[in-house]
Design a protein around this ligand. Structure first.
Ligand SMILES: Cc1cc2nc3c(=O)[nH]c(=O)nc-3n(C[C@H](O)[C@H](O)[C@H](O)COP(=O)(O)OP(=O)(O)OC[C@H]3O[C@@H](n4cnc5c(N)ncnc54)[C@H](O)[C@@H]3O)c2cc1C
Length: 300
């Protein structure tokens, strides 16, 4: 199939992009075009028929990446591959998650903010942003607003964005000393969307866990963030930090987590019970791994 006819504009300024979205909203609806890796298939299958595409990729302001004030700020036109290649290690959880997104060709076109705006429940970046407490900078005709990632995603493929707003950038906190991260997912083939996955962030000081957060994805209509600090402290007290023993000790806690967060219906790729097992196993393993790496980082 081919897309239904649409208009195309490529503004040079953010203000002009917003003005185009407002105009399009009054004349049959508009859509921001970033990397096009999700939007173009939607149009080709005629699942969406916007009257106008507002291409934001030539807006210089949105192509910027900055490390400042304890944050990595990623503009809306910045490709996933650029962060993977040039900013690897600045935010370790991002570096771990990015290679799981499709294939390199997809990441060379797809943008970080586009993935967030698209809000696929099986996507890696919404989970990472939610896990790390990232903030999205949104611009619309009434001005700017900052939205915490935890409030940005409202349901599958749905966010708080109004049709006349765009995400201008996302700000991801830089890791503090004593922080460690884990990321894992299971997909049918490499490059496929995840059947289930976890993003994990742990902080510790002098061998004691101070915080432990797990964000599960692919198992619900949006990323599911849970605080497991109490459970990780209890497990470390019981068996110490060795990854294998700690993983086994954490399984009861992550089984409970999985019971709570897996709400998706089964499909041909996996039943809810299978997805619960994945979240439990991956969650326990990545928590143990993140805690161990947090101890290494706190002693550097
Ligand atoms: C074969 C294939 C495999 C893939 N595998 C994965 C995968 O494993 N994991 C994964 O997460 N993704 C995967 N993707 C999707 C890919 O990551 C996309 O690049 C991403 O989801 C969307 O980013 P984009 O820049 O291409 O956005 P686009 O396709 O341009 O836009 C997607 C949607 O977001 C909106 N949008 C984009 N940018 C903004 C903005 N700044 N403000 C407001 N709205 C905006 C658009 O209007 C549109 O509705 C895959 C894609 C393909 C084709």
């Amino acid at each position: 199939m081919k897309p239904a006819p649409f208009g195309y504009v490529r503004p040079a300024e953010v203000g002009d992009a917003v003005a185009e979205l407002v105009r399009a909203d009054q004349e049959g609806g508009g859509k921001v075009l970033a990397g096009g890796q999700s939007l173009m298939p939607v149009l080709a299958m005629r699942l969406g028929r916007p009257a106008t595409l507002v291409d934001i990729t030539r807006i210089a302001e949105l192509q910027q990446v900055q490390v400042a004030d304890g944050e990595l700020r990623i503009g809306a036109a910045v490709r996933q591959r650029r962060i993977e290649r040039d900013f690897g290690g600045v935010v370790p959880l991002l570096s771990r998650a990015l290679p799981w997104i499709g294939h390199r060709e997809i990441r060379s076109r797809g943008t970080v903010c586009g993935s967030l705006a698209h809000a696929d429940p099986s996507s890696e970046l919404p989970a990472v942003a939610t896990c790390l407490g990232a903030t999205l900078d949104v611009i619309g005709p009434y001005g700017k607003r900052s939205v915490p990632a935890a409030e940005f995603f409202t349901a599958a493929m749905t966010t708080v964005l109004a049709p006349v707003e765009l995400v201008a950038s996302v700000r991801v906190p830089l890791p503090s000393s004593g922080s460690g991260f884990g990321f894992a997912e299971v997909a049918r083939r490499h490059g496929d969307f995840a059947l289930a996955g976890v993003a994990v962030s742990v902080t510790s000081r002098e061998g004691v866990p101070r915080s432990a957060v797990v964000t599960a994805f692919g198992v619900s209509d949006k990323p599911q963030r849970r605080d497991l600090t109490r459970q990780v402290v209890a497990a470390v007290n019981a068996v110490g930090p060795a990854p294998e023993a700690l993983t086994s000790q954490l399984v009861a806690a992550t089984e409970e987590l999985a019971d709570e967060v897996v709400t998706t219906e089964g499909d041909s790729s996996g039943s809810p019970a299978y997805r619960r097992r994945l979240i439990s196993a991956l969650g326990a393993r990545e928590l143990a791994r993140a805690f161990n790496s947090s101890m290494e980082r706190s002693t550097r």
